[in-house]
Design a protein around this ligand. Structure first.
Ligand code: FPP
Length: 250
């Protein structure tokens, strides 16, 4: 058995122990990584340290999801509304994400991860945009887990951008259906999420993947994102597997 296969089967054994059926995994998991600030403040630490810890959590969770066999993971790193935060927190987050994009690229590539981004990239600092574009280009042909970083992302903005594209193309009104919109979202090749996990207890969508999540199962945990670990991921998958998805039918 190769090293990688050994790691994968060990992670799968852990998931099975937590009640996961690894034969029917959600294809795509979306993450709302909430509670970094609270986690830090409770420890008397600056909020940015919570984000730094959150970044480490994301790396661990991404690799676990990949090892267990999840095909796509999308993480909400920075929303279009997050610009309203204090300037030093915004600047710190941008720096953290850029540094992570640069230092993690080799890890991603080695693990066969394909990186995508979702959001209005033209609103980001150019050095961050460059780092993200390099990650996308380098990993373009990787066949492992598809990892999408949602950054400067808003669900409504994504739909607006799709509508603008439809108008730009001059699509005839009667030819417009749901697929016309879906095909013009930021990553039309990524399937809709089956499971969305939100940490830190809030029962909201916060403008995340609002079009794609129409039939997504939502699992909310009270755990703050920096404390979230692979066992929590497996618990959320097991909870999802206990749900009956009806898509409006019976
Ligand atoms: C929400 O917690 C979290 C964010 C706004 C940022 C999420 C970003 C990361 C986890 C870091 C990502 C890093 C990389 C490299 C992708 P919050 O600040 O709203 O927490 P609070 O509700 O407790 O204040």
């Amino acid at each position: 058995m190769s090293n990688r296969a050994m790691i994968d089967s060990r992670t799968q054994a852990e998931a099975i122990r937590r009640g996961v059926d690894v034969k029917v995994l959600p294809t795509h998991i979306a993450l709302i990584m909430d509670g970094n600030g609270r986690w830090a403040q409770r420890r008397g630490m600056p909020r940015l340290l919570g984000h730094r810890e959150g970044y480490r959590t994301l790396r661990t969770v991404l690799l676990s999801a990949s090892e267990v066999g999840v095909r796509y993971l999308t993480a909400y790193a920075f929303s279009a509304e997050n610009w309203k935060r204090p300037a030093d927190e915004v600047a710190g987050l941008m720096k953290l994400i850029e540094k992570a994009a640069r230092t993690e690229l080799s890890v991603m590539h080695r693990n066969n991860v394909r990186v995508r981004v979702a959001g209005r990239l033209d609103g980001l600092p150019s050095s961050l945009r460059d780092a993200l574009e390099e990650s996308i280009e380098t990993t373009r042909n990787n066949a492992g887990i598809g990892f999408t970083l949602a950054i400067n992302y808003g669900g409504r903005a994504e739909v607006v951008d799709a509508v603008r594209e439809i108008v730009r193309e001059g699509v005839a009104i009667d030819a417009i259906d749901e697929e016309t919109v879906s095909d013009r979202l930021y990553n039309p090749d990524v399937p809709e999420p089956d499971l969305m996990i939100r940490t830190a207890g809030e029962m909201r969508w916060s403008n995340f993947l609002i079009w794609q999540a129409a039939y997504t199962e939502l699992v909310v945990t009270d755990v703050d994102w920096p404390d979230f670990n692979p066992d929590h991921l497996f618990d959320a998958i097991a909870e999802y597997q206990g749900r009956v998805r009806k898509y409006g039918g019976l």
